[in-house]
Structures are given as structure tokens and as C-alpha cells.
Design a protein around this ligand. Structure first.
Ligand code: 3HC
Length: 343
């Protein structure tokens, strides 16, 4: 358990005289703690690990941050698949850097989850046992080099759309982690666009490859934002708590609106015959998303679910010696620091 995780926020006092004059602190009853939490949320202030928080708020954050962290590390697999086959040294170096960034995002996010009193080893166990989710998008195969472009442009683009508002999440450690993640995601999105732009302005075979990748990734990217708000179990409460700032539907619409002109610049057609500008709404209308497919993929029946989780489990097992070595080093370091302090 994180130390002080339930400790209430203490107002700063300006010395002993100020302390003497300060009004008596009201008792920290459950109702008082709840009031203080509600006031921080109402004032759009941040909740920090030291603050009291309702159990539901803590649980919701652990669920969302863990799912997010798992998505980052599982998301390394579809792209890792192309590192050895990148078409040039430059593309290979960029892809390696991107995949490493995703691992880093996982680390920031597991660290943010740990401030809520959970242990990352336990979260990883839950992922490996299929008891926690990760993003549906990573259960689709990467069949061609153009998929690296489509993932960068669409998947990282959708992630940015979703995560920029999360930089203002009411929970401090998650919001701060998101700031850095979003900066790196912007580079990821740009490199994906660049890959697709090169292909879509290349030979007919390259153009077809780029179009095929976008055809396969467009609809699954729209599913990344979650089910429609009316069917979303958590959106209303998460928005009221300032965890999510915008609903699933609004984020999805913003994503569609931003992608249409970008697709035009790429000379790529988005695979939706119903996609058209709606003057009255000031947005693009788009066709029906196959929500049954999202449900199937989330439940484990996507094209690559089994492969992704198997690979993750074996990577975890193969990496056991690294964790043991890191623990041994940390213990040694701790013991020598303690011995120095006593000398
Ligand atoms: N894939 C998998 N599960 C999904 C999903 C999806 N695309 N969309 C929704 N779900 C799950 C939810 O997690 C929830 O499951 P649970 O009750 O077991 O936890 C259930 O379906 C109902 O959905 P809700 O809309 O009620 O859930 P949320 O309010 O949590 O909203 C979310 C879903 C928009 C994905 C939200 O959790 C979120 O914003 N998460 C943070 C961002 C994130 O996880 N991104 C992962 C994308 S990939 C990524 O960032 C990596 C980058 O490198 C590309």
C-alpha cells in the first residue's frame, strides 16, 4: 500500500503563530473527507495520492490506468513484428524508437497506478490471467509494412485524441504522465503519416498497400474510443469525477473530423460510403460502427487475442531473470547505503 494514500490534504500554515490563530481543524469524519474531495473536484483541482478519495474513484482509476498501461505494452507486439523487415535503416531506427517509447509509456502508467496502492506485479498477473483488459486495436494483425503507417496515423492519432484531454485528468499522477505520453504520441502519429504519404505517392503497388492498410485499420480505430456513450458503463461517472473530460462519442467525432482532410492530403479513401460533411452539425457524418465486433474482440475473440497474450506471458517469463537481477541490485544498493549511514 502506498504510504499516506489515505492521509487527508493538510493546509499549509505559516509558522507557529499562524498555527495558533488557525481555526480548529474539523474532525476527519467520512462525511467531511467526502466534502473535501467533492470540493476539490468542483474547483477543478487535482487529487493527489496523499488525498482521501472515495473507493469508487480509486477503483475506476486503477482499472483505467491499468488497462491503459497494458495497452501500451501489448501494443509493442504488432509493430515489433516489423522491426526486422523495415524497408530502410532510417525506418528501422524510427520504429525501434517508437516501440521503446511504448514500453516507456507502460512504465509511466504502471508507476501512476502504483500511487493508488496497487502493485504492478499484481496488475501484470491480472493481465496475463485475462482479468484485465487492453485496447481492442492490438488484436488485429499487421500484414504489411503499410500497417506501420496506418497504426502511426490512425491508432496513435486516436490515442492522442483520447489522451490530450486526459492530461487534465483530476488525478495528478495520471494527468502528468499523460503530458509526456502525448508529446511522444505526436511523433508517432507524424511518422505514421510520413510512411503512408511515401507509399501513397509511390508506385501503384505501394499505393494499393497503403489503401489496404487504412481499409483494415479505419473501423477498429473508431472502436478504440469505446462503445457509444449510451452503452458506456463508466463514462457518466468518470466524467463527473473529472477522470475523463469528454465522452466516447465526442472524441470519436473529433477524430473523424480531423482524419478526413488528412486522408485527402494522403490521397487515400476512408472506407466509409456514408462519410460526408453535415453542414447543420458542422461535423462529418459517418457510417455505423460494428459494435458487435468490438464486443467480440474485447471478450477475447479477435484475430490475434490469443497470440498477443501468449507472447506477453512468455516475454514476462523470459524476463524473470532481469527482475531478479534488478531486485538483487536494489537490495545490495540499499544495504550499502544503510551501512554507510551507520559508519
Ligand atoms: N478496447 C478494450 N476495451 C474497451 C474498449 C476498447 N477499445 N472500449 C471500451 N472498453 C471496455 C472498457 O474498458 C470497459 O471495460 P471494464 O468495465 O471491464 O473496465 C467497457 O469496455 C465499457 O466501456 P466504457 O466506455 O464504459 O469504459 P471507459 O469509460 O473506461 O472508456 C476508454 C473506455 C475510452 C478506452 C477509457 O478507458 C480510456 O480513455 N482509457 C485511457 C486510454 C487508453 O486506455 N488507451 C488505450 C489505447 S492504445 C494506446 O494508448 C497505446 C498507444 O501507443 C497507441
Amino acid at each position: 500500500m502506498h504510504r499516506g494514500v489515505d492521509a487527508p490534504r493538510t493546509p499549509a500554515v505559516g509558522g507557529s503563530a499562524a498555527a495558533e490563530q488557525a481555526p480548529a481543524k474539523p474532525p476527519d469524519t467520512g462525511a467531511h473527507l467526502q466534502q473535501r474531495f467533492d470540493a476539490l473536484i468542483a474547483d477543478d483541482e487535482r487529487i493527489e495520492p496523499r488525498d482521501w478519495m472515495p473507493t469508487g474513484y480509486r477503483k475506476t482509476l486503477i482499472r483505467q490506468i491499468a488497462q491503459h498501461a497494458h495497452s501500451e505494452i501489448i501494443g509493442m507486439q504488432p509493430e515489433g513484428n516489423w522491426i526486422t523487415r523495415a524497408p530502410s535503416l532510417r525506418r528501422k531506427a524510427i520504429l525501434i524508437a517508437k516501440v521503446q517509447d511504448e514500453a516507456g509509456h507502460g512504465l509511466y502508467l504502471y508507476s501512476a497506478a502504483e500511487t493508488l496502492g496497487v502493485d504492478r506485479e499484481d496488475l501484470l498477473d491480472l493481465l496475463h490471467e485475462g482479468k484485465q483488459k487492453y485496447s481492442s486495436i492490438f488484436n488485429y494483425p499487421t500484414l504489411s509494412w503499410a500497417d506501420m503507417g496506418a497504426i502511426g496515423w490512425l491508432v496513435d492519432g486516436a490515442a492522442i485524441m483520447n489522451q490530450v484531454p486526459l492530461c487534465r485528468c483530476s488525478y495528478g499522477p495520471y494527468g502528468r504522465a499523460m503530458v509526456r505520453v502525448c508529446k511522444e504520441e505526436s511523433f508517432h502519429q507524424r511518422q505514421g503519416f510520413d510512411i503512408l504519404h511515401t507509399l501513397s505517392h509511390g508506385t501503384p503497388a505501394q499505393q494499393a498497400m497503403a489503401q489496404d492498410a487504412v481499409d483494415r485499420f479505419w473501423w477498429p480505430s473508431l472502436m478504440m474510443f469505446g462503445p457509444p456513450d449510451e452503452r458506456s458503463a463508466h463514462t457518466a461517472q468518470s466524467t463527473a469525477w473529472g477522470i475523463k473530460r469528454l465522452g466516447n462519442d465526442e472524441l470519436r467525432q473529433r477524430f473523424v473530423d480531423i482524419c478526413v482532410p488528412q486522408a485527402r492530403a494522403l490521397d487515400i479513401t476512408l472506407p466509409d460510403p456514408d462519410l460526408r460533411w453535415n453542414e447543420n452539425r458542422g461535423h462529418y457524418d459517418f457510417g455505423a460502427v460494428d459494435w458487435a465486433e468490438l464486443t467480440r474482440v474485447i471478450k477475447g475473440d479477435g484475430p490475434c487475442n490469443e497470440q498477443r497474450i501468449q507472447r506477453r506471458r512468455s516475454a514476462h517469463e523470459e524476463g524473470a531473470w532481469v527482475r531478479e537481477a534488478a531486485d538483487a541490485y536494489a537490495r545490495k544498493h540499499h544495504n550499502s547505503s544503510a551501512a554507510e549511514a551507520l559508519a
